[in-house]
Design a protein around this ligand. Sequence first.
Ligand code: ATP
Length: 290
Amino acid sequence: MLDQHEIYQKVIFETLGPMAQLNSAVLIAAGNQNQGIKLDTSEGTFFLKLNFNHERDIFAKESEGLQKLRKATFLKVPQTYGYGQVEDYNYLLSEFIPTSRPQLDYWEDLGLGLAQLHLTHSKQFGLESDNFIASLHQKNDHHDNWPDFFIKQRLEPMLGKAYFDRLIPLDFLKKFQTIYSKMNSILPKEKPSLLHGDLWSGNVICDQEGKPCLIDPAVYFGHREMDLAFSKLFGGFDSRFYEAYESIIPLEPDFESRIGIYNLYPLLVHLNLFGVAYLPGIEKIIKHFQ
Ligand SMILES: Nc1ncnc2c1ncn2[C@@H]1O[C@H](COP(=O)(O)OP(=O)(O)OP(=O)(O)O)[C@@H](O)[C@H]1O
């Protein structure tokens, strides 16, 4: 069995080549699933993400998602250098983003960059393959209609998992499903937009130039209001972000009234990841829309 140092050395051998040497390694982020490590090597400084998830393609999908974002927006997005497995670990090696304090136009940039991302359209909602949101499988089968996609590919799989894992009883599941018939009239029709897919404040970091940098996406073509609603779930972004976004692509009237519906998805994700503390929030939204 390899020790930590040998694992890091093997990762840089596989991704940067046989001449690459590890100088030092510092753990900078330890989440529920992943470890984030700053690696100083003979080839430069890199960010290494490691986990034991049994889904072996989790970082292949993260790398694909980051590359899709890089192509679609002027915003900073880390370059990826390789992913794979060393012993039981999955790894992803990417550009290390040193952080600093936001510049004055930080929020405006983020709003304009997200609008640019959302102007990347597709004919259908979905993606060519499934991916992940945090450590959970995220389905992406194509649909022509947003409410169908949202119900069948987003809400139902997470609701089913919560029921299967005994986090919710059957009557709660049935109550939840009663709102499906309202979706068509509540959700405005729009073209599928490329989304970040997990756009909360923890997934935007400030780079060394004081500019926003997008990390940790769960990309797909969806309704752009999903990203905007998600951005309001845990603390929200500065009002300059929303103003800049709307200067490029204004929102349909009454967006605020739909935020709860969209956020049923991240709340179900949190229910499945972290447990029943998220149930009352979900219940409140369901009651409101029943
Ligand atoms: N490319 C990078 N360069 C430098 N630091 C990074 C980079 N990517 C992520 N980080 C730091 O590591 C932290 C965790 O990264 P990330 O969100 O990708 O991991 P995660 O395990 O999926 O986290 P979470 O479960 O909190 O969403 C970030 O909040 C950020 O501080």
